[in-house]
Design a protein around this ligand. Structure first.
Ligand code: HEM
Length: 194
């Protein structure tokens, strides 16, 4: 199945400025280990059948916060662009699986910087050809790390995994999403300061 605008692993994605060696030092800085990668992969089987319900929760959160929903609103009539919300939702669902796959190779790294550009005015709206808000404020990008990972807990616990394992999967998700948002931040940071 192909997902519109999902270009992970294709030549359409430019090479990341960050190197795999620099990614390694970032991993060390957030205390992300091979053990975390294994917990993420374990979470994949638990989360895969629940992707739609997870997206319902996350979209519910965005939809009920006008300052977040703003990013999906048309610049013409101020209404949320339904086709945009729907297209992004599909890629977001795939992102859950990709995050849980914990495959930190060059293609993954390249796509992280692409996702950053898609949140920033550099490339927002282009993938879906929409005329929505031109930019997502940096502060919300960082802030969303907490609700995105905290709301996963009941889904991680759904299969009856021991509380200790749920905690380990949650911590691995928190570190991974934090790391990704750091990678996405590049276009937001002044040249030379990243
Ligand atoms: C931890 C923080 C965040 C995560 C994990 C996240 C995740 C994602 C993912 C996976 C995509 C699709 C990437 C792709 O094209 O393959 C996306 C796109 C998008 N996100 Fe976020 N996001 C975050 C923060 C935010 C915030 C704070 C907003 C503002 C409401 C937002 C609004 C959007 C919009 C509008 C798009 C579509 C961008 C485009 O035009 O291509 N995101 N996000």
């Amino acid at each position: 199945m192909s997902i519109a605008g999902y270009t992970y692993g294709t030549p359409a994605v430019p090479r990341a400025q960050m190197t795999l060696e620099q990614l390694d030092t970032l991993k060390r800085t957030v205390l992300f280990t091979e053990e975390d990668a294994a917990w993420l992969r374990k979470s994949r089987d638990i989360l895969a059948p629940q992707v739609e319900q997870i997206l319902d929760v996350w979209y519910g959160f965005v939809g009920s916060n006008p300052h977040l929903l703003e990013s999906f609103k048309s610049r013409k009539d101020g209404k949320p662009v339904a086709a945009y919300l729907e297209a992004v939702r599909k890629r977001f669902g795939q992102w859950i699986l990709d995050t849980a796959a914990a495959n930190y190779d060059q293609a993954w790294l390249d796509y992280q910087e692409e996702i950053g550009r898609r949140h920033h005015r550099t490339k927002k709206n282009q993938t879906d050809g929409v005329d929505a808000a031109e930019h997502i404020p940096f502060r919300y990008l960082i802030a969303l790390v907490y609700p995105i990972t905290y709301t996963l807990v009941p889904f991680l616990a759904k299969d009856g995994a021991p509380a200790e394992d749920v905690q380990k999967m949650h911590q691995a998700w928190l570190k991974s999403v934090l790391m990704q948002v750091i990678l996405w931040s590049r276009p937001y940071v002044r040249e030379g300061d990243y």
